[in-house]
Ligand binder design. Structure first.
Ligand code: PHE
Length: 344
């Protein structure tokens, strides 16, 4: 019995002092395995009297389970310690900056173009495109600008050869649409696209820019339809309080032709720097489709009429976002582009 008590105390002390899992496993083998000191003591059983044996056996068993529990407890403790040390070592510093994925933004010209497309799609228009390398035929002749007509000089054209050029206005797309639909009615299309002119680049001019054109042809289409449509667009683009006004103008492919001004979205019409004190900002050209244009496309101009308008997308974007130099759109400076969020 004394030996047992000694063994137990010694065992418990060793377990308690054990500092790592590997040596704890060795202790388990030693005390609970087949060849340890406990087994040795068990061997003494045979020297005991029959009466003494059960009490002794019980003592041995109790000791075994005591040591086994002590080992389990110790293991749990050492495992927790090991885990904590590991976590400590592998600590992730969540205060460090992560890598920011670069998310692209919408280009302001695309934003404005999509906004215009969306609002006209909502009015039942379809969106049409055309080639940037265009035939003189669609860019000029079908637009009622015959060869050698002085109006051609107004549009400084990049010619590729006698018949082909870089289109100078989105009106070329309109002319193709008229031909495509002819003689069907009504036509309601919106035509966005890049156009080219031999301009010297400066803060307000670019040899390549973007236009969007609208065309409606049907029965009894009048100038008031044009006015209502443009007012709707002006309010969507520049605010609900905007009003528009028509000023007489001249385009070869429309008659009558107008320049359209919108009341200044900055000062509301009182006069400020943006509207140069006038309270009005010129935003686009428009008019009633010239009967010659309808006739050339195969329509009977006595039975139908139409309106058309063409706007510069850069100009609208500059007004809307307060951009002072058209070249910002093309130099692709990230600091500029980043200010336009994707979901506006
Ligand atoms: N094509 C004209 C321009 O480029 C704009 C316009 C389009 C005017 C349609 C009237 C009708 O300036």
């Amino acid at each position: 019995m004394e030996k047992l008590t000694m063994l137990r105390e010694e065992g418990l002390a060793k377990i308690e002092a054990c500092a790592d899992l590997a040596s704890l496993q060795q202790l388990r083998v030693l005390y609970l395995g087949k060849k340890g000191p406990i087994q040795e003591v068990m061997g003494m059983m045979k020297d005991l009297s029959k009466e003494e044996r059960p009490a002794f056996g019980q003592q041995v068993n109790e000791m075994k389970s005591l040591l086994s529990k002590a080992i389990d407890d110790r293991r749990a403790l050492l495992e927790a310690k090991e885990m904590n040390e590991k976590l400590e070592q592998e600590k992730i510093d969540i205060t460090l900056d992560g890598y920011q994925p670069k998310v692209a933004t919408m280009h302001p010209l695309n934003l404005v173009q999509q906004e215009i497309e969306d609002l006209f799609i909502g009015l039942g228009y379809t969106v049409a495109e055309g080639p940037e390398v265009e035939l003189d035929f669609y860019n000029f002749e079908r637009a009622n600008i015959p060869k050698d007509h002085p109006a051609r000089d107004m549009q400084d054209t990049f010619y590729i050869n006698a018949e082909e050029l870089l289109r100078t206005h989105s009106t070329a797309i309109q002319m193709r649409q008229l031909e495509k639909f002819s003689p069907q009615l009504p036509i309601k299309v919106i035509c966005p696209g890049k156009v080219y002119r031999r301009d010297d680049d400066d803060a307000t001019h670019s040899h390549q820019f973007t236009q969007v054109e609208g065309l409606v042809v049907g029965e009894n289409i009048t100038m008031s339809d044009l006015k209502g449509t443009l007012e709707f667009m002006a309010r969507k683009m520049f605010g609900e309080k905007r009003v528009i006004r028509f000023r007489p103008s001249y385009f070869q492919f429309t008659e009558p032709s107008v320049e359209v001004d919108v009341s200044c979205h900055i000062c509301g019409g009182k006069g400020c720097g943006v509207c140069k004190g006038t309270g009005w900002i010129e935003i686009l050209g428009a008019g009633m489709v010239h009967p010659n244009v309808l006739k050339m496309a195969g329509y009977d101009s006595s039975k139908c009429s139409g309106f058309a308008f063409g706007a510069g997308i850069e100009r609208i974007a500059m007004l809307k976002y307060g951009i002072d130099d058209i070249r910002h759109f093309y130099t692709n400076d990230q600091r500029f582009l980043k200010t336009f969020t994707r979901f506006e």
